[in-house]
Design a protein around this ligand. Structure first.
Ligand code: GLN
Length: 530
């Protein structure tokens, strides 16, 4: 619906007015983090620098606010219960009867107070929707807190106003329902944000004002917009910041969004188009395809393209289709190919075939995490002559395990110790001089975020290097391969990383590697010829 982007936009407005703002995303499920969830159901797992596997909304927050968040910005019901249960075992409650009704809200408030310490504002985004059983305790927490400190807690309610084509009229019914549902929980919103294909007109605003007992000046529109980074400006132009501060009894402050506005203006003017293919498997959801599983990759491509003066067109390629139908399932005209992260064996041969196609046809290629591992497999099989080389994640019997588990990881898997135990978060990487990666980052040492169990097997390193593979980045001790490339003399841009550079792109500052990739796509001669 857009709660994440709205929360990020509001936070950006406050931040650009000089306030110190922090954000928390609350998810209501019992998972302790997003790491064990299927991306098809939950969307992308976003990884913070301190190695927390979180909801994709934290990615929006980082891209909008241009700053790093941490595990202090993400809370799930599972975490709350885990803490309460551990505290009960440690006699923390001093013999009291531990009750959901008292101790759950207390634990949530403790977390939020800590997250808000040192900031002027803490924006809390509550996942799910009003009326769901599961999140009732979070609403109850807010009700009690607001009751005690009415000037400290404020509610912004995002409602959806559909415009069914068969009716040709914007309907307020779902919004009326969810406001009524909030009332039943003992809450009334302080502001309404109206999502929908367009902004609500006067009669509909009047209706919503009546139902929510709010003056119309507290009702704002967040219509569908492109790119999503325009939303802060749309809100600002409706007088959102002024009204927000007035309601809180704070003096007015202007928002400084000059470079933001400039960049949006440039995006509107872009003419030169380039198509970039993303080859993945987390797409199908019933009859619909979802891009959410790769949202940071998509946003990174777009942002880098905009900064390079290009209008990107993303082409989705289903790796299983390539597996079944061969290269005919690939698009005819692409400027570049990205193979993003992934797990398991479904569609793997399709990804390998695509990487081979990109390598042999000199199409700019960027591999991310599993993308690096499969590019290594492809190179081992077809260039280094290691027949049936594979990752042991897919084939435990392979004669050439070029990608394999480290012993610590092997132990964890045997013990079924899955949650939060991959190589996670920021790791340093030393870049080799005169490589594409070094040229892109313009630094010798970088920190990027990881999320994987498997690694390039050091037993095969010499063999792969002899066959022409360039190890462009390793851990500072040299033990872990972090970046591979093909020499610039043999391919215009073939780079793959064990880390996820997509997690550090910001709207105002694209990740350097994506930028270098897009620049290679821009110069793709074959593309210009076809
Ligand atoms: N499945 C691979 C691993 O666990 C890659 C993970 C990823 O792409 N995030 O190592």
């Amino acid at each position: 619906m857009g709660k994440g982007v709205t929360a990020a936009s509001v936070a950006l407005l406050l931040q650009s007015a000089g306030f110190r703002v922090n954000l928390v995303k609350i998810d209501m499920y019992l998972n302790q983090d997003a790491g064990t969830m299927n991306p098809l159901e939950h969307g992308e797992v976003f990884v913070t620098a301190d190695g927390c596997e979180t909801d994709q909304d934290l990615g929006h927050y980082e891209r909008f606010l241009n700053r790093r968040l941490s595990r202090k910005n993400y809370l799930t019901a599972g975490q709350v219960y885990a803490r309460i249960l551990a505290q009960e075992r440690a006699l923390f409650y001093d013999g009291a009867c531990v009750e959901v009704y008292h101790h759950f809200p207390a634990e949530v408030v403790k977390f939020l107070r800590r997250a808000g310490r040192g900031y002027d504002f803490l924006l809390v985004e509550l996942g799910g929707s009003v009326g769901e059983y599961q999140n009732i305790l979070f609403f109850e927490t807010i009700r009690r807190w607001k009751m005690r400190c009415p000037n400290q807690v404020w509610l912004m309610h995002l409602v959806y106003l559909p415009l069914p084509p068969s009716l040709g009229e914007m309907k307020t019914k779902p919004a009326q329902q969810s406001i009524a549902e909030l009332h039943r929980l003992g809450l009334n919103p302080d502001w309404l944000i109206c999502r929908g294909p367009q902004a609500p007109d006067q009669p509909r605003r009047a209706k919503l004002a009546l139902v929510s007992a709010l003056p119309q000046e507290d009702i704002f529109a967040a219509p569908d917009t492109w790119p999503i980074y325009r939303l802060p400006l749309l809100l600002l132009d409706q007088g959102f910041l002024r009204r927000f501060l007035t309601k809180l009894g704070l003096p007015r402050r202007p928002a400084r969004l000059k470079s933001w506005r400039q960049l949006i203006g440039q995006v509107d003017q872009l003419q030169t188009q380039r198509s970039i293919a993303i080859v993945g498997k987390y797409y199908a959801s019933g009859q619909f395809s979802l891009a959410d599983a790769y949202i940071s990759v998509v946003e990174s491509i777009k942002i880098a393209a905009w900064h390079q003066g290009i209008k990107p067109e993303i082409i989705w390629v289903d790796s299983e289709k390539v597996e079944q139908h061969g290269l005919s399932a690939l698009p005819k005209k692409v400027a570049g190919v990205v193979v993003p992260g992934g797990f398991g064996c479904r569609g793997v041969e399709g990804k390998i075939a695509t990487i081979r196609w990109a390598r042999e046809n000199k199409i700019p290629f960027l591999g991310l995490c599993y993308g690096l591992q499969l590019a290594t497999v492809e190179f081992a099989r077809h260039v280094a002559g290691l027949k049936r080389a594979h990752t042991t994640e897919v084939d435990r019997q392979t004669p050439h395990p070029v990608i394999d588990l480290m012993p610590e990881q092997e132990k964890k898997l045997l013990a079924r110790d899955y949650g939060g135990t991959m190589r996670l978060g920021n790791w340093p990487c030393r870049l080799r001089p005169r490589t594409l990666a070094r040229r892109a980052y313009r630094r010798a040492l970088i920190y990027e975020r990881h999320r994987h169990r498997y690694e390039v097997n050091n037993r095969y390193r010499a063999r792969l290097e002899q066959a022409g593979l360039v190890i462009a980045g390793t851990s500072p001790d040299g033990r872990l391969v972090e970046i591979i490339e093909l020499p610039a003399s043999s391919h215009p841009f073939f780079v793959a990383t064990q880390f996820h550079p997509e997690f550090t792109s910001r709207f105002l500052r694209p990740n350097p590697l994506f930028r270098a990739f897009i620049s290679a796509c821009q110069q793709n001669v074959n593309y210009n010829l076809t």
